[in-house]
Design a protein around this ligand. Structure first.
Ligand code: ZN
Length: 356
């Protein structure tokens, strides 16, 4: 990595966890991801969840069409490339054969486990992992395809701040015991317990880390009033948990890598009597990460986190092109308007010191 006073040059990064949605929203948000990242793991929780290889193929075509329109309109340089890495939504009814067809497709890279009712569009999620999905898990382990985990137990009797910890105790420990070689990604790790599990696990495992869980703690949700744009799932935790995540990421462990969990919702659905969960951070994700790495004297760890650890875990080549970040003080806009869609970016109104 070339580290100068006013710029950082790193191998082009990838986003290992993003929500593109569909239709108008897809067209509105794809630009922010492709301007920074070469590849992205595309989450399958559309209103009509992506449950089969065929559905993933159709969704992939829509994403590539949307990307092609950006190029046609000269919104991005012609030499830019972008590869969507598709995923399949695991359900109680997923057939083991689906793993084999996904694996041989060449464009599907993981299955995603949402415990039923854990987050946006998760009603089709798994109700009983070990009762209903054992054969699918065996196949995933056999072909070496990662299982991406939303690691929260969505039980209304469990405190919302404890749901990650309970998931580890009640599901994850058994999952690792029964499937010692299954590749796991602990998505958007948000607690000290999550970090410890990933650090100490004896099998193949990694975790994605979002900008919001690195930069903010749960006070941000309530400072001066209720702030719906900091509401995401897993919910922001207390400062001791944020410190544990920072420590793990800056330790240089290869088990932690970039996954924004950028999750756009129209402003009216966030600022609502029942506001949706999700932070829109794709707008300036790399600047957010660079800022928090720099603030913790760890800018030299940014490239491995953003550009090496992810592809190494997934068994994919590292990117060959580069991304340049410039030091430039700017204010994150209060709102982005793209056609009829209004998005409030993470950290709206605050000052940031990096730009791409
Ligand atoms: Zn997500």
């Amino acid at each position: 990595m070339d580290k100068l006073l006013d710029r950082i040059v790193i191998t082009k990064p990838d986003d290992w966890h993003v929500h593109f949605r569909d239709g108008e929203m897809l067209d509105a948000v794809i630009f922010d991801t492709v301007k920074q990242f070469s590849r992205a793991i595309i989450m399958p929780n559309l209103a009509d969840a992506i449950k089969t290889t065929k559905m993933a193929e159709n969704y992939r075509s829509k994403i590539l069409d949307s990307f092609a329109r950006l190029k046609k309109n000269n919104q991005i340089p012609q030499e830019n490339t972008f590869t969507p890495l598709m995923t399949i939504y695991l359900t109680d009814d997923t057939k083991p054969e689906e793993v084999l067809s996904a694996h041989s497709s060449g464009f599907i890279f993981a299955f995603k486990l949402y415990p039923a009712a854990s987050t946006t569009n998760s009603s089709a999620g798994v109700t009983n992992l070990f009762g209903n999905c054992r054969k699918v898990l065996e196949k995933l382990q056999y072909v070496g395809m990662p299982l991406l985990i939303h690691a929260e137990l969505p039980d209304k009797n469990i405190d919302i701040f404890d749901r990650e910890r309970f998931f580890i105790d009640r599901i994850l420990i058994s999952l690792r015991r029964d499937f010692p070689d299954i590749k796991l990604v602990f998505e958007h790790v948000s607690t000290k317990e999550g970090v410890d599990f990933v650090m100490e696990d004896t099998g193949p495992i990694a975790a994605t880390v979002t900008p919001q869980h690195l930069i903010y703690n749960r006070n941000s949700l309530f400072s001066g009033g209720l702030n719906p744009h900091f509401y995401c799932l897993p919910i922001l935790k207390a400062e001791e948990h944020r410190q544990a995540i920072l420590k793990a990421v800056f330790s240089g462990s290869k088990r932690f890598f970039l996954g924004t969990d950028s999750a756009p919702h129209n402003r009216s659905l966030k600022e609502n009597r029942c506001g949706c969960a999700g932070c829109y951070n794709a707008y300036n994700a790399m600047a957010l990460y660079a800022s928090v790495f720099e603030a913790n004297n760890s800018i030299d760890k940014l490239e491995a986190f953003a550009s090496f650890n992810g592809p190494d875990f997934y068994g994919l080549p590292r990117n060959r092109d580069f991304l340049v970040l410039y030091r430039k003080e700017n204010i994150i806009p209060d709102m982005l308007e793209i056609g009829k869609i209004q998005l409030v970016p993470l950290g709206a109104g605050s000052v940031i010191h990096w730009n791409i």
